[in-house]
Design a protein around this ligand. Sequence first.
Ligand code: ASP
Length: 415
Amino acid sequence: MQESSKKEAKRIGFAMLGGLIIGLLIHQFGMGSYSEYVKPLGTIFIRLLKMVIVPLVFSSIYMSMLNLGTPEALGSMGRKAVAYYFCTTAIAVFFGLIFVNLIQPGVGAELGGAGLSGLSAEMANKVQGQQGLYQTVLGVLIDAIPSNPAAALANATVLQIIVFAIFMGIVALYNTEKSKAVSNVMASLEEMSLALTHAIMKFAPIGIFVLMIDVMAKSGFSAIVSLSKYIATVVIGLTCHAAFLLFVACTRAKKSPIFILKGLSAPLFTAFSTSSSAATLPITMTSVEENLGVNKATVKFVLPLGATINMDGTALYESVAAIFIAQAYGIDLTLAQQVIIFMTASLAAIGAAAIPGAGLITMSIVLGAVGLPLEGIGLILAVDRLLDMFRTTVNVFGDAVGTIVVDSLMKDDDR
Ligand code: ASP
């Protein structure tokens, strides 16, 4: 890890801690609304990160295709990545189910907060309008094909951009001469996007500091206390899964846990404070490539795909939340119903967007699949933003570890 990256990671860590303490103090003195004055700086930081997503993802995937050299290599990498996503997501849900059944956080919980009235009108519509699992997963697959690439780029629809870039990359592979001009532009666009990401990261300590102040200053501590068992269940589950991922990363990369965690500290802190794997993506890409030494082509392909469809933290969270709601309502779930929750939570996370609060929307799929009341969402709403920070961090960690695993499997193939 370069000296400058180490300093950057330290600054971000201090900023997060500082923001957390100051935010708590502001909340304690009843001045939560004052955080509004500094919040714009956090919003600017998130917008800057989002600004770089489209050029970075498009050029990276295109260049990754050229570096891989054949569509077969991409196919092989894609299969390994998807296998990794499925296995680790299932393991995450398994952790969630174990702890929620052991701790039973919902037993005896007050039903006073049930209902969708705490949601914004837009969010309530989304929760109620969420389609079933089959429709959602099929929808993700169909939607991945952009009928209008310009719209995909304009709307920053990452999965569609990935698919378009793959097709363009394949065409370029078979038409080297004709594609030369575009390939040169893409190579240069990629370099520029990476340079821009580095420049934006200089602003990260301020952005993260402010975002932490805002979240902490506004958090409802009464809800945290009354839902402490539920919060503990989610956090313990996420921690166990993160420890498992770390073990996998260390074994495959043959590196120490400190090396992996230090190398990923910038994206992990950013994920925690922004609650968005999409906004964190540019930082994840630069950190994994520069600090962990993973092959460039793997990073460029596996990370954007992972950020869109691989969400271990969200899947774990959805399974815990669904069973918590069942426990709170005194509904006894059969083993078969728990298996359905296991499957739907694993798959529903694929449909969740990589933005704050998205997991709450796809959770209605899990609830609907076993006939649990949608209004139960109201019970956990007050601490969703807080838990989003933890689950997004695990989502990003899972994506990063995915690049290490896929890269090592590709190297095994070459041997
Ligand atoms: N905020 C999460 C993410 O961006 C998605 C979720 O709400 O679970 O990864």
